[in-house]
Design a protein around this ligand. Sequence first.
Ligand code: NAD
Ligand code: UD1
Length: 309
Amino acid sequence: MAHYLVTGGCGFIGSHLADRLLADGHRVTILDDLSTGRLENKPAAARLVVGDVADAAAVREAADAVDGIFHLAAVASVQRSKEAWSDTHRTNMMGTVTVFEAARTAGAGAPVPVVYASSAAVYGDNPVTPLGEDAETRPLSAYGADKLGCELHGRVAWSIHGVPTVGFRFFNVYGPRQDPRSPYSGVISIFAQRIARGRDLDIHGDGEQVRDFVYVGDVVEFLAAAMERRPRGAGIFNLCTGRPTSIAMLASVLEELAGYRVGRIHHPARPGDIRVSIGDPARLRAAFGMGCRTGLLDGLAATLDRVPA
Ligand code: NAD
Ligand code: UD1
């Protein structure tokens, strides 16, 4: 059994990953500054180091003698990256370089692999559908630019320092524990909470914009599988289903699952909103021999079931 560091392990995706690694019998250390993560997300059996992922000493300590690092800590809000450009850059880009640097010597002086979260935000407003990994990257936000920078440093980590890296470009991830409290939270977390409380849904634009929604359980499967393969090189994969779902359709399916309807409040489209964001999962499937397994209905039902009161 292995010992893994999960940065951001008190957050939405990181806590599901920590649960999964522990269930597989591994040891888990979490490094998290609890800025958006929550203590109640931390599995009891995980060791927690409260610290900043851009603080080299804190990362070195948390990564001491681990067999691999899952790097999920980031300021995941695009809006926040607009308001606090250099602060979010420090976490999102410097934090990643700090993790890659610690990975050089984390395994008793030898390099250990890093599996890390990139984002579909690297594609920005590229209108190609579906988006393959070789499509042009043209980020529209500091968040997307930093995620692209992480990928470039991921190549350097391998080519210059011998640290194997695997970056996953997550599309729209959803599932239990996703925080619905900000207006910029994921649409599914907001809709699920509104419907559970019998409240109307805000629809920005005509509702026909489409997204590629990925269930958090599938994300965790690929993260764990990437590490189990003892990666070499510097890989980049879309983590997506390739299936489009419109926002209007999403609202109807959630209502159907809940067994009742709520109203719609229509708003103008959000400035800069992307009309279509669908990934091509071909490279992912070819490399891992599997695709995302959770259908939208099952994933939404699991999410609705676990909306906090
Ligand atoms: P989240 O906010 O729930 O988790 C991020 C975690 O990182 C939190 O626990 C937070 O406290 C921690 N963190 C933030 N800054 C830190 C710092 N300076 N030092 C240490 N810890 C810090 O978000 P999430 O949705 O679970 O996102 C996980 C990863 O996936 C992020 O890298 C995010 O950019 C990426 N991602 C998420 C989505 C999505 O749809 N949720 C899409 C694309 C990419
Ligand atoms: C997502 C990511 C963002 C990333 C971008 C591109 C999240 C929370 N955001 O943004 O980090 O940069 O992909 O990869 O994962 N909507 C409504 N009503 C609501 C909330 C949202 O109609 O109450 C609409 C939005 O206008 C948008 C769609 O739903 O058209 C999806 O919104 P959201 O979940 O915020 O994600 P993205 O905009 O795709």
